[in-house]
Design a protein around this ligand. Structure first.
Ligand code: FAD
Length: 404
């Protein structure tokens, strides 16, 4: 009998449902609590690549992911007049568009659909108290219920409140000097199958990407000081975005017009989570909650999928001893995570020039090819540790589980 059978996961985005998928396959009893009242489908395209893709294949999800492809053919750098200054088609190794590309919300939906029959989902609640006891963890939920679980996993993202209940002020959150927001806006005549990247003066970047829903996925990014815009209410966030978008030129008015309409507007300080440990006692961290690499690495989803596969696999391999499983999880995954979190020197400031001249330089193809900014962009999009998979050999846990 497996003494670690009942597992509670906080967060129903990518990492949580992916872990739930594997745990229920190995015979665990899984509950997922999600703070939002329903799955959150916002966000732009995300990459599923390398080891992340291998995990998706093992889950039997590759075809569903391919079927939900956004159709994006590559990325174009445009100037204020929407003239194309440089193009990076999909097959260009320096490009932004990856081979297995899917809207974040579509992947959330696919994972939720793949697990919702076998896993108990509780939306609109979250953990407010944790008390670790010898044989179990007593969990208090926001609605006042208390329940006992063998293990609890925080998969509730970069700003995880569950992590705080488990680890106090640990770990460090490293702010990267950049703020980002994602919103969905109506499609317009200027939209094409290309993603369009526009550098505005004052270190601002707008990125518009086609989706497979008849809308356009926008992101707006700007450099800023730590603490300048953190801990804001949604209304305060919209006000900051209005001020920051003012005078940006190009298609900024489209974002301004849509700011009030998107219920799932996402705005945050781009940061990395560097945790000295991902587990202690009966607690574990997974995905962005434990090792957020930041969206500028394009590795967040891959780390979430791979982390879920390894954590579940090790728990299945060590049914009698979750400490052994947790140690193996940390040892296997850490080199992969550390490589994914490396950023080229100078990012993100190099690709966010502050002056009009800097923007012009970035946007001139000849200059671009010789410039540091493009070296930095290339380095982002084409880093060896993002290729399959220099830092991780995925164990064959399913085979082990089948014969144990
Ligand atoms: C709405 C949204 C849009 C995003 N858009 C992009 C994007 O366009 N590009 C990109 O690279 N990355 C984006 N991300 C981040 C990306 O999903 C992650 O980097 C990556 O997929 C790892 O996922 P995760 O499951 O670890 O964390 P996340 O995707 O951050 O998911 C955390 C989940 O936990 C829930 N949650 C938060 N607090 C609690 C709590 N206390 N209890 C229970 N649940 C809680 C959140 O609502 C969320 O569903 C987005 C995240 C969100 C939530």
């Amino acid at each position: 009998m497996n003494p670690n059978k009942k597992i509670l996961i906080a967060g129903a985005s990518i990492a949580g449902p992916a872990l739930a998928y594997w745990l229920q396959r190995y015979g665990f009893e899984v509950t997922v609590v999600e703070r939002a009242p329903a799955p959150r489908y916002g966000g732009q395209n995300i990459d599923v690549k390398g080891a992340g893709r291998q995990v998706a294949v093992k889950m039997g999800l590759e075809e569903a992911i391919k079927a939900a492809n956004t159709g994006e053919v590559g990325v174009q750098f445009v100037n204020e007049d929407n003239e194309v200054e440089a193009s990076f088609p999909k097959d260009n190794p320096n490009g932004l568009t990856s081979e297995l590309e899917i809207l974040r919300g579509d992947l959330v939906q696919i994972l939720y659909n793949a697990t919702k029959e076998a896993v108990r989902y509780q939306f609109g609640t979250h953990i407010v108290g944790l008390s670790e006891q010898a044989e179990a963890v007593r969990v208090t939920l926001a609605d006042g219920r208390t329940e006992a679980y063998d293990l609890v996993v925080a998969a509730d993202g970069l700003r995880s409140a569950t992590r705080q209940l488990m680890f106090g002020d640990e770990p460090d959150i490293k702010f990267l000097g950049l703020y980002t927001c994602y919103l969905t806006i109506p499609r317009a005549g200027t939209d094409t199958d290309w993603a369009r990247w526009y550098n505005a003066p004052d270190s601002r970047v707008l990125l518009l990407r086609p989706d497979n829903k008849g809308t356009t996925r926008a992101s707006f990014n700007f450099l800023g000081d730590e603490d300048a815009y953190q801990h804001l209410s949604p209304d305060e966030q919209r006000q900051v975005l209005r001020e920051k978008l003012a005078g940006a030129g190009w298609e900024a008015p489209r974002l301004l017009a849509a700011l009030d309409d998107d219920p799932d507007l996402y705005f945050d300080a781009v940061s990395q989570v560097r945790a000295p440990r991902w587990t202690h006692g009966r607690y574990a961290l997974l995905g962005d909650a434990g090792y957020c690499p930041s969206p500028i690495t394009g590795m967040g989803t891959t780390l979430a999928l791979v982390g879920a596969y390894v954590l579940a696999g090790e728990l299945a391999r060590h049914p009698e001893d979750h400490q052994q499983a947790f140690t193996a999880y940390e040892q296997r995954l850490r080199p992969f995570v550390e490589a994914a979190q490396e950023l080229p020197p100078g990012t993100p400031a190099l690709v966010y020039p502050s002056s009009r001249l800097g923007v012009a330089v970035l946007n001139k193809v000849a200059a671009v090819l010789a410039s540091k900014p493009v070296a930095a962009i290339s380095a982002w999009f084409n880093r060896p540790e993002r290729e399959p998979d220099n830092n991780l050999q995925l164990p064959d846990y399913e085979h082990d589980a089948a014969y144990s």
